[in-house]
Ligand binder design. Sequence first.
Ligand code: HEM
Length: 541
Amino acid sequence: MATLNKLTAACWKNFQGDRLNKQLFLNVRALHKSAASEALGISAAGEETVPETLITPADVGDKTAIKTLREMPGPSTVSNLIEFFWRDGFSRIHEIQLEHRKKYGKIFKSRFGPQLVVSVADRELVAEVLRAECVAPQRANMDSWKEYRDMRGRSTGLISAEGEHWLKMRSVLRQLIMRPRDVAVFSDDVNKVVDDLIKRVCILRTQESDGATVQNVNDLFFKYAMEGVAAILYECRLGCLENEIPQETQDYINALHLMFSSFKTTMYAGAIPKWLRSVIPKPWEEFCLSWDGLFKFSLIHVDKRLTEIKAQLDRGEEVKGGLLTHMLITKEMSMEEIYANLTEMLLAGVDTTSFTLSWACYLLAQHPHIQQQIFTEVTKTLGPGTVATADDVPRLPLVRGLVKETLRLFPVLPGNGRITQDDLVVGGYFIPKGTQLALCHYSTSMDEENFSAASDFRPDRWIRKDTSDRVDNFGSIPFGYGIRSCIGRRMAELEMHLALARLIQRFHIGISPLTADVKAKTHGLLCPAAPINLQFIDREN
Ligand code: HEM
């Protein structure tokens, strides 16, 4: 187990003062819901934003040069309603971004009922917005998340918190997990999960008539991602990759699936006014039910670790541990904040990583010559059969390029959001404080101006040949940017790099005849629209 911290009996006395005595209920997939709203530009609460008629560039210098939101192009409310509710635009948000970019340009506005959203679909303008951020940027309206937490007496975590509370928790967590070297200590733990992933591939393929196919690889990677992230967050193994999944782990998976399968319903949970809940109760009920399941799981695992620490101390043993142990010992966050953050991080860390791994393997299978190049890099760098660790990753630029290129072509969050906290001028338009912006990352990463042959899969485009050959990252920022960017980025990268290096070392990955061309669809996140079935054929040693 990675060791971040040692606790002495003296510390424990102090620590015991904070014993939990509150009962907990819990929850996940928050990021996904809010991410979708952001990609769409719909605030979680469907709240009225600044009326366009009131908007004037009063304080911004040369008024003639700066245009108002009224002058900004964009689809009409009616065409938006038809697009989303009639033509199921919710599953094509990424494509709609491209269509609207082509039709309306780099910056355009949309209206979803009372909610006005300004979409920014240009690399330079996205950079402008993100560089102008204040100390505690706001992504989207999280009122429904907060309401659930208030109702259950829970705290907000990083995804749902705002302002000073968010900043306080972020300052704690960023010191623990934001740099590659912070997460490198988890390399051995993650590699044990990779061992189980490889074993699972071998078991699953024996169940198929060709002895090679793993059906719906996302199911496998979902379990890998959950096991991997929990090994880091909860410092324990969950048994997701076993033949028999323990009941409490299965309950969590069910809660996560409920949130995912009822995604649209739960998205409306925030949009439907409270007074309508007695008439249309299902969205809010499902929203609460899935959060209950997700929080419950975190409570079980956090409390378990707390009990272990106490027992070790009672026996006079030195306490060693990882992230959770550190948080429990240092008490920089309250117990409620620890529960909430672990719940939200687990929610944010499973589907994101598993979809990316599924797409990466699919792309490798579709491009055998690129797969061969990466295999050569891995074997030459590591030597045959050597297991890569975090320290080896910088020497595997093509493996890193594979992850970056996969996320460029299939950014799990095709769009992100920001609520402006000051008046801004973007692309020549005056954007008043409080406006919901949708940053169109899918569109910028598919833009030929940013990436030549943008629809081609070319992991080597991310390799810097010399200092003049810099890849401008604002075209593709799958983990976001700046102070509010993804806190789990380094964990996710570690899990993906180690898994992919080992899979490529061990297997030739091919397309199974059971798989047709798989397209992407938006379902909260950008995910495969059909199961990806792949063959894993042993490489000759
Ligand atoms: C391929 C994997 C992942 C991708 C592509 C991804 C992407 C993102 C993006 C785009 C954001 C919003 C950033 C912004 O607004 O600028 C975000 C936020 C976040 N992510 Fe991730 N993520 C991934 C994995 C993870 C993992 C493994 C965890 C946790 C273990 C995690 C935890 C979070 C949290 C807590 C936030 C909210 C941060 C805040 O508001 O302070 N993510 N992620």
